[in-house]
Design a protein around this ligand. Structure first.
Ligand code: RIB
Length: 311
């Protein structure tokens, strides 16, 4: 990675305290069930992706907001421990963002977000903390902060030649002005269905949905499909490429997608070709799924390299 930039990767996004309970199954409406002890774990898609990339050796900075509460202290300390530069994360009067997460026996999760301070990240924060935007090679964006801030950040980064990577989660329909300034869109199958209005059920429908979105801009789509691997719908290539998943025993899928994105971005900046970077990212996602929790589950570069060698 080149070190003439302040950062290899700048993440502009959310930080959440994840309030996680493991339960035998997801409760149905009106049902009360008992779960394991509550665990409070550092999370948030933005912060997870920042830590995921930093553990791969990238030099990472983050722009975002946490409250002036204890959760905020814990989240910032964990980013610091992982060598993510937190000097551009503001403390807000709103409480720190939280995610209420239930993990079932199969390791699948359901999540309710309470945005808190994440909802207060403005374009002013982006302007204030990224003067000139020449400061980084790639910017990672998600949708857990206000959409207009995401659009502004993407437009500013694009205008300055940084690679713009958007993880459209949680999914919502997106304006053309955003599609026009991204280089990579990385949704899962559900998110791709919501964005495109096309039900994604297999590789063919995933390609159709991705190609329909590509009509709005000039970007490649990487579809993450959990145990089915990932699909590359490259803007320069008429042929799609399916990269199979690594088989692992799943403990908890929370942040597996974030591990993929941090792993992909850092591998790409290290000079790997897209296909190789996606294979590497699949390994990052698979390893994250073998461990419980968001940020504690994100693998280091050494762990990923060893795992890939073992095949
Ligand atoms: O992608 C996983 C993350 O989604 C969790 O850490 C939770 O905070 C939610 O934002």
């Amino acid at each position: 990675m080149s070190h003439t930039f302040k950062y290899d990767i700048l993440v502009i996004g959310s930080l959440n305290a994840d309030l996680v309970v493991r339960a035998p199954h997801f409760p149905r409406p009106g049902e009360t069930i008992s779960g394991d002890d509550l665990q409070i774990i550092p999370g948030g898609k933005g912060a997870n992706q920042a830590v995921a990339a930093a553990r791969q050796g990238a030099n990472v900075g983050m722009i975002g907001r946490v409250g002036k509460d204890g959760f905020g202290d814990v989240l910032l300390q964990n980013l610091k421990n992982n060598r993510v530069d937190i000097s551009d994360v503001e403390r807000d009067d709103a409480s720190t963002g939280t995610a209420i997460i239930v993990v079932d026996e199969a390791g699948q999760n359901s999540i309710i977000l309470s945005a808190g301070a994440n909802g207060k990240v403005t374009r002013e924060d982006v302007k204030k903390h990224s003067p000139g935007f020449q400061a980084m090679q790639a910017v990672l964006l998600q949708l857990e902060i206000p959409l207009e801030t995401v659009v502004f950040a993407a437009q500013s980064s694009f205008g300055n030649d940084a690679l713009v990577i958007l993880n459209p989660a949680p999914a919502r329909t997106l304006p053309d002005e955003l599609f026009k300034v991204i280089d990579y869109l990385i949704p899962n199958e559900t998110e791709l269905s919501i964005l495109s209005g096309i039900q994604v059920t297999d590789l063919a429908s995933a390609e159709k949905a991705a190609r329909s979105l590509q009509e709005h801009g000039n970007f490649s789509v990487l579809v993450t499909m959990g145990g089915n691997g990932a699909l590359i719908v490259d803007k320069f290539d008429h042929e799609i490429k399916h990269i199979p998943a690594f088989k692992v025993e799943v403990a908890d899928t929370t942040a597996a997608g974030d591990a993929f994105i941090g792993g992909f971005a850092s591998a790409l900046l290290r000079g790997l070709k897209v296909e190789e970077a996606v294979k590497y990212a699949n390994a990052c996602g698979a390893l994250a799924a073998t461990k419980f929790g968001a940020q504690p589950s994100l693998p280091t570069k050494e762990e990923v390299e060893k795992f890939i060698k073992q095949g």
